[in-house]
Write a protein that binds this ligand. Structure first.
Ligand SMILES: *[C@@H]1O[C@H](CO)[C@@H](O)[C@H](O)[C@H]1NC(C)=O
Ligand SMILES: *[C@@H]1O[C@H](CO)[C@@H](O)[C@H](O)[C@H]1NC(C)=O
Ligand SMILES: *[C@@H]1O[C@H](CO)[C@@H](O)[C@H](O)[C@H]1NC(C)=O
Ligand SMILES: *[C@@H]1O[C@H](CO)[C@@H](O)[C@H](O)[C@H]1NC(C)=O
Ligand SMILES: *[C@@H]1O[C@H](CO)[C@@H](O)[C@H](O)[C@H]1NC(C)=O
Ligand SMILES: *[C@@H]1O[C@H](CO)[C@@H](O)[C@H](O)[C@H]1NC(C)=O
Ligand SMILES: *[C@@H]1O[C@H](CO)[C@@H](O)[C@H](O)[C@H]1NC(C)=O
Length: 580
């Protein structure tokens, strides 16, 4: 007999409880409700004691409001990490007396918590039957599998792995290994086309920087030769910058420069040691490598080849392999932008406003275009780990809202009666490809002050909010802001804007004049990398963005957005780049 939803849930919850307390199942479970900071403003739901007849659980809340603990970021991903932000106690009693049906509010909390469990590493155990899908989650293992296929040559390497059919639709129905039946082979020829574009570029051509699709495709092809052992191939092997003064943005900008050199010299770029991935979250071969967060820049075979060439005297002498030291920092940071595609930057859409007018041209149009392409390429596919971090962040910020939505459409009998999920082709192949839900329209705002004063004109939070108000005048349905900032002072000021809903992560923030490097050191390597990267991706996916182009970080976010179909969202910058 199939267990009912409630039992399945209970089983999962008690497994967790057993794992947590290493003793016998205890009377008091401690459940981590890691609730987004800003959610507290929205849902101060005091959930009354909940009884369910079947299992005799009595959930009682110690406090009315949901409280938080900042440790989430450092531990939210680990197996037991979910519980490290201990904020609520759930008491189990043996009381089997006939109870009340759970109220909607209680059901919302149950769903929210069930999703949190699903997000744990071993959550898949009961993924199937009992819990409705979380609209704000991506299926990370499924996506990673799909990306992996998009990132490798077809079985005999004779064509690009992309099709004219999106995502799973193309993968499932056109996959060469599954195309035994003649109808599928027919599809094969119809939809496979040699001209398919890389699946990581979305939006129409006009919605992206000029030639984005073509350039992304070419870079991929150059970085993924069919045979890495071909003696004519040349390589550039480089570590990521690792001086403490280099922020993530600067490291990425440096790597874009190296990619430009590689393209210009017809080499394959292979990246090596990435200090920011040198922490316990990055396991196995992704430890200390870019592939912890995003797919590697080239194939494993080419990486291996480059490492073996490093040991060959001859390869060095013949210049088959070079390293970062073969190039001056000027070549890396201010070198020639590849001209392999002409000068598409001459056609950059003027959709950026600085000081009240659209920016038509400036001295570094070529670099702006190139960095956007390079970043887009390097970040084309999220790793499973990164996907997971984003699920956690979305759950923390938007999880309760999502649960409320889902409960409205759920049978009142849930969780007593399991739900019926449809596994039809539509759900599985077509609708599964949509982006995870976030409360759209969403404005992402990156407010950077602190030690940046030395490199750009620093602008107060009030100015950012004026720009936000300006966007809202035109798009009146906008009222959510995803705020990323290092400054506690900025967080404190959000209280002055009650007409906006702010979402942000509760990490320890910079106070006073602490330098960025010192600040990052206090956070620890894992948090100081995971937190900004999550914000980076959120900023790319948000509908609007406000930031200071003078900061490398915002400059790169802008590049990601302009190669993610967001050109026409426009960009209001509080200042300009110092080199323009
Ligand atoms: C928050 O987490 C830290 C470290 O995990 C812990 O020391 C602290 O007691 C927690 N605070 C609360 C209020 O639970
Ligand atoms: C963030 O976490 C800290 C604990 O480290 C807590 O003291 C603080 O109240 C939290 N911030 C908010 C806005 O809840
Ligand atoms: C993710 O996709 C896989 C493969 O289709 C499936 O087995 C798994 O149940 C899915 N996970 C979730 C949480 O939906
Ligand atoms: C590769 O596969 C395609 C289609 O399956 C086939 O037409 C072609 O002959 C194969 N090429 C080689 C070199 O095996
Ligand atoms: C790169 O540097 C190494 C060591 O400094 C040198 O032996 C090699 O010739 C250089 N390669 C090129 C192409 O300049
Ligand atoms: C679940 O869906 C299947 C197929 O759509 C249907 O036959 C079955 O009756 C449904 N069960 C419930 C409990 O709705
Ligand atoms: C930073 O602030 C501290 C005290 O808050 C002060 O002693 C120090 O001189 C300041 N440093 C700079 C560079 O302003």
């Amino acid at each position: 007999m199939e267990p009912t939803g409630q039992k399945g849930l209970e089983r999962a919850l008690s497994q967790k409880a057993i794992q947590m307390g290493n003793s016998t199942p205890c009377k008091t479970w401690v459940l981590g409700f890691f609730c987004g900071v800003c959610i507290t403003y929205l849902f101060l739901v005091a959930v009354a004691p909940l009884r369910t007849t079947e299992v005799g659980l009595v959930y009682s809340r110690t406090a009315g409001a949901v409280s938080q603990n900042s440790s989430f970021w450092t531990s939210g991903i680990s197996r037991s990490g979910i519980y490290s932000s201990i904020t609520e106690k759930v008491d189990i009693s043996e009381d089997h007396s006939v109870g009340l049906e759970p109220s909607d509010e209680e059901r919302v909390m149950m769903l929210y918590n069930a999703w949190a469990l699903l997000n744990g590493d071993d959550g898949h155990q009961f993924a199937g039957a009992d819990v409705p899908d979380a609209p704000h989650f991506e299926n990370c293992s499924l996506n990673a599998q799909m990306y992996k296929q998009f990132d490798s040559h077809g079985e005999n390497g004779s064509y690009l792995p992309w099709t004219l059919w999106r995502g799973l639709l193309g993968m499932e129905l056109l996959h060469p290994s599954s195309s035994k039946d003649p109808e599928k082979t027919h599809y094969h020829h119809e939809a496979k086309f040699g001209d398919a574009y890389p699946p990581w570029v979305v939006g129409s051509d006009e919605d992206n920087f000029p030639l984005t699709r073509l350039v992304q495709r070419d870079i991929w092809v150059r970085q993924h030769p069919k045979n890495c052992n071909d003696p004519n191939l040349r390589f550039l092997l480089a570590d990521w910058e690792r001086l403490p003064g280099f922020g993530i943005g600067a490291q990425l900008a440096g790597m874009s420069g190296l990619l430009a050199i590689a393209i210009n010299e017809k080499r394959i770029l292979v990246t090596d040691y990435y200090n920011r991935a040198d922490h316990g979250g990055c396991q196995g071969s992704s430890r200390s490598h870019w592939s912890c967060y995003f797919f590697a820049e080239t194939s494993t075979e080419c990486q291996k080849r480059a490492f073996s060439l490093m040991k060959s005297q001859e390869a060095w002498q013949k210049g088959i392999i070079t390293v970062k030291d073969n190039y001056t920092s000027k070549e890396i940071w201010a070198g020639k932008v590849p001209r392999a595609w002409g000068r598409p930057w001459n056609y950059l859409q003027p959709t950026t406003e600085v000081d009240g007018s659209l920016l038509r041209s400036h001295r570094k149009m070529d670099r702006r275009w190139w960095r956007a392409q390079a970043i887009r390429y390097l970040m084309r596919f999220k790793s499973e780990y990164m996907c997971h971090l984003l699920n956690v962040a979305r759950h923390k910020a938007f999880g309760l809202q999502a649960a409320k939505m889902v409960i409205t459409s759920l049978s009142a009998a849930w969780p007593k009666v399991a739900i019926n999920k449809s596994e039809a082709g539509m759900e599985r192949l077509v609708w599964s490809i949509h982006n995870p839900w976030i409360p759209r329209p969403l404005l992402s705002m990156h407010v950077r002050m602190g030690d940046k004063a030395c490199e750009m004109k620093v602008v107060g939070f009030e100015h950012y909010m004026q720009l936000a108000d300006r966007i809202r005048k035109h798009f009146p349905d906008l009222n959510s802001i995803w705020l990323s900032t290092e400054m506690q002072e900025v967080i404190d000021k959000t209280r002055r804007y009650p007409s906006w809903t702010f979402y942000y992560t509760n990490v320890t923030r910079q106070e006073g004049n602490m330098t960025m490097a010192t600040y990052e050191a206090t956070l620890g390597r894992k948090t100081s990398t995971n937190y900004p990267l999550v914000n980076f991706v959120m900023a790319t996916e948000a509908d609007f963005f406000i930031g200071a182009l003078g900061s490398t970080w915002c400059y790169l976010i802008d590049g990601m957005r302009n190669t993610a179909g967001k050109v026409m969202a426009g960009y209001l910058s509080v200042n300009r780049d110092r080199f323009w």
